[in-house]
Design a protein around this ligand. Structure first.
Ligand code: GLU
Length: 304
């Protein structure tokens, strides 16, 4: 019998929820219930350039319609879902810890400039596949811009993105912790973290002062999440999350990177390709039980 798990469903309100979200919630909900734990609902709205207020209320309505209940956070006995946009001070604290460790540096280059610098005379970085991009990882962008140009940009109020000195961060963790960085995934088993393939990742974006990676590890720690369930498209990010957890001394959850639902042409459902939204299905009086009947089974943790 597995221990009581605290899981979470953490949608970003960038569009209406679709069937893929229904499945992701079901995984988080059932694994929590089966272990006498609880599922937390968190609104991942840190990216104000993509998230919209109008998509938040329908998240609650859709999940209620599907029969899910949720908790607010580890020590909160109500269902008020925490929002990342209320947690800036926690992210700033984590940012300051990394900065004090001398692991961050400002990068004044735009994504477009970086692409140009790194691609010439080859294919632009944005046109490479994800894996190819990872292979071509970015290190020390500090050296790519002349000092006087950096100063000119700073003086002109140009906001910098802050990058992690990946090599130094790995060295620091290796020095302090004797065992290798790893995590346990209930579907794929023990995994060794290899964050260096990400290069000097952005820890705080210039426009939102934080990043997905930093916010998510801080949030999962605040919420006391012990089992992170999410789609397997996010599994590569766990290499970075494990490094950040080690640097910030955060607890390490287990993981369950579940399969993604695909449409009839084999493409993953997404908010962008007008997959049938849960709101639409609700308005059409679809039967939630029928919706779940066609989905893959929920991973059985006890058998692993
Ligand atoms: N908020 C992210 C999303 O909607 C999920 C974050 C996570 O599960 O780590 O894709």
């Amino acid at each position: 019998m597995v221990r009581p798990f605290i899981t979470r469903f953490a949608p970003s309100p960038t569009g209406p929820l679709h069937l893929g979200h229904a499945y992701a919630t079901k995984v988080a909900y059932e694994l929590a219930c089966k272990s006498n734990g609880k599922m937390i609902l968190r609104i991942d709205d840190i990216d104000h350039t993509r998230c919209q207020e109008k998509f938040i209320q329908p998240i609650f309505t859709d999940l209620e319609w599907l029969g899910f209940t949720w908790h607010g956070s580890k020590n909160v006995n109500n269902s008020a879902a925490p929002r990342q946009s209320n947690r800036h001070s926690f992210y700033q604290e984590a940012f300051a810890t990394l900065k004090d460790l001398d692991l961050l540096y400002p990068c004044y280059l735009s994504r477009r400039e970086l692409n140009k610098l790194l691609s010439a005379p080859h294919t632009p970085l944005s046109e490479l596949s994800h894996t190819q991009q990872l292979k071509k990882h970015i290190t020390n962008t500090d050296q790519l811009l002349a000092q006087d140009e950096k100063e000119r940009r700073r003086a002109n109020g140009h906001c910098a993105a802050w990058r992690l000195r990946m090599e130094s961060a790995i060295k620091l963790v290796q020095r302090d912790k004797s065992d290798q960085l790893s995590w346990f995934d209930y579907i794929t088993g023990h995994q060794t973290a290899d964050p260096k393939i990400f290069g000097d990742i952005v820890i705080a974006r210039a426009d939102i002062a934080v990043s997905y990676h930093l916010s998510v590890v801080v949030d999962d720690a605040i919420d006391g999440v012990t089992l992170v369930t999410r789609g397997k498209d996010l599994a590569p990010s766990t290499h970075v999350h494990r490094l950040l957890q080690a640097l910030l001394n955060l607890p390490v959850p287990d993981y369950c990177h579940h399969p993604l639902l695909l449409d009839q042409s084999g493409n993953r459902l997404s908010k962008r390709n007008s997959s049938l939204s849960l709101s639409e299905l609700r308005k059409m009086n679809a039967n939630p039980l029928g919706i779940f009947a066609k989905m893959p089974p929920i991973p059985k943790l006890e058998t692993l």
